[in-house]
Design a protein around this ligand. Structure first.
Ligand code: HEC
Ligand code: HEC
Length: 175
């Protein structure tokens, strides 16, 4: 973050004061079903922020919030979070992790990357909370739900059972 200047960073740390209630200090989520933002791909953050603002993605709190930020604010906040190192507590059931690793490498690496670190504009999944990943997959599976993406609709169907979703989430959360 140094190249952006300390003053700049401080301004955007301040603008994220409200976010902390749910996304935690420096983007390490403190609430169930709430994603970590630390280390997330900034292109993906800006895209999702816009999706909340224009109604492509729905969540009561986030939709209202996003509508009150300018594009420039969103970009700066995204850069701030993306520079915080991603965090993972490294804990998950080893059997589930192994099953999840296979499913992930069969179906998901093409876009989210071999290490799930979110290349190009795709979401980083490594180190994300397992409960949130499962929720996101269920949202994608539901046509006309809170989150519609033609790409993820198809991909999420490949994880047929609750156990498949839990396994992929366990694998990703401990990366
Ligand atoms: C009251 C709790 C709450 C507050 C405050 C809050 N968020 Fe969120 N945020 C959530 C929840 C819950 C989700 C997941 C919504 C869903 O399931 O689709 C979310 C999702 C997001 C996402 C999408 C991340 C992803 O991985 O797809 C971004 C980006 C985000 N929030 C940014 C922010 C920023 C920036 C702030 C502060 C300006 C903020 N949020 C404040 C609860 C909150
Ligand atoms: C062809 C590209 C592609 C493949 C393959 C793919 N995804 Fe995605 N994924 C996306 C896109 C695009 C989004 C953003 C969707 C949106 O706009 O909400 C996304 C979003 C997600 C999210 C939400 C992340 C967040 O922070 O909210 C999760 C979880 C996810 N994908 C899991 C998976 C899993 C698990 C697989 C394998 C079964 C997979 N994806 C395969 C393109 C892909």
């Amino acid at each position: 973050m140094k190249h952006l200047g300390e003053k700049y960073v401080d301004t955007y740390r301040m603008r994220t004061a409200l976010c902390k209630t749910c996304h935690g200090k420096e983007g390490y989520s403190v609430r169930p079903l709430t994603p970590n933002l630390a280390g997330q791909n900034p292109v993906y953050i800006v895209d999702q922020f816009s999706a909340f603002a224009d109604g492509r993605r729905k969540n009561y709190m986030m939709s209202n919030l996003a509508a009150n930020f300018t594009q420039e604010d969103m970009i700066k906040i995204a850069i701030y979070y993306s520079h915080e190192p991603a965090f993972s507590d490294g804990k998950a059931d080893p059997l589930l992790v192994e099953e999840g690793r296979k499913l992930y490498s069969n179906y998901c690496t093409e876009c989210h990357g071999k290490n799930a670190n979110g290349p190009k504009g795709y979401a980083r999944l490594a180190g994300q909370r397992a409960d949130y990943i499962v929720k996101a997959l269920k949202d994608f599976k539901q046509p006309g739900g809170d989150r519609s993406s033609s790409i993820m609709y198809g991909r999420a169907q490949l994880l047929r059972t609750e156990e498949h979703m839990q396994a992929v989430a366990a694998y990703l959360s401990q990366l």
